[in-house]
Design a binder for this molecule. Structure first.
Ligand code: SAM
Length: 266
């Protein structure tokens, strides 16, 4: 339903986990430890529960979790993978309905690979929604506009420019912020009295992650076609070159992301 396939999310999860900025996770954990007596995390756009799987072994065991997504298939998979536990609730909810987001008692809202899909207007309304509750935000793995390959191809620059242009197309929240998401969140959150930290969380994908790289390449084709600057022959040539380079031991790809944590000053 959302266009995010569970197999794609499973394929990217180990790379995401490795990429996440550890110093921001440490901040989140310290904040959770210092929050008493009740701690709760609301994971929005939870997919199959990747953020829960990464963070739950690190935050206090008595933390309540609320996993929220609008895609019933992904939520079902999240339930299957997580199992029944008394401290986890699942909720099907379209984030565009911010008024009924379950924010009461939430210590920090978490989100991974979500805010680059969102519009400036959505982010502003989201900050307006969480701010009166004093809820913090951990927003990880927002694409930052950087894609680089060790083996250069003459069309790389155009490919990245077109892909980044497509990042601003509407992904269900209005015109998306894409690579501008982190900076937009930072300014809005600071304006609302949050203490904000950001840190890079790039994927660095070598030949050992050829499957993820291949899926990434596959996923780039539609945006390039929709932007329409490159002919289908140019896209095919570029793709064939990239696919042929995948097994080479010195071939790797960097995809830039940024993580952000915003907490209330105590
Ligand atoms: C890139 S996936 C990330 C999933 C998960 N956070 C992860 O890191 O694996 C984006 C997620 O946002 C969800 N999503 C997109 N638009 C949404 C909306 N309007 N309301 C609720 N969830 C949404 C999708 O269903 C998908 O699970």
């Amino acid at each position: 339903m959302s266009g995010f396939d569970k197999d794609w999310l499973a394929l990217r999860e180990p790379a995401d986990r490795k990429a996440r900025a550890g110093n921001l996770i440490d901040r989140l954990c310290l904040y959770m430890v210092a929050t008493k007596p009740h701690r709760a995390l609301l994971d929005i756009g939870c997919g199959t529960g990747s953020t829960f799987r990464t963070l739950s072994p690190l935050v206090p065991v008595d933390t309540d979790w609320h996993l929220l997504d609008y895609d019933p298939l992904l939520l079902e998979e999240a339930k299957l993978r997580t199992g029944e536990r008394s401290n986890i609730r699942f909720r099907r909810h379209d984030l565009n309905d911010l008024d009924s987001l379950p924010l009461d008692g939430v210590t920090v809202v978490t989100a991974s690979a979500l805010f680059d899909l969102c519009s400036a207007d959505f982010c502003n309304r989201f900050i307006d929604a969480i701010s009166p509750h004093g809820a913090g935000l951990y927003a990880a793995l927002n694409y930052d506009g950087v894609m680089q390959w060790t083996k250069p191809h003459p069309l790389d620059e155009q490919v990245v420019a077109d892909f980044n242009r497509h990042q601003h197309f509407d992904k269900g929240f209005g015109p998306a912020l894409g690579p501008d998401a982190t900076q937009h969140l930072r300014l809005g959150l600071e304006w609302n009295g949050y203490h904000v930290c950001t840190a890079p969380s790039p994927w660095v994908l070598g030949p050992d992650q050829a499957r993820l790289q291949a899926e990434l390449l596959h996923g780039i084709v539609r945006p390039l076609t929709e932007v329409g600057n490159l002919s289908s022959a140019e896209i095919s040539d570029w793709l064939a070159f990239r696919r042929a380079s995948l097994p080479a031991p010195d071939s790797s790809c960097v995809v830039g992301h940024t993580d952000l944590i915003a907490l209330r000053k105590r």
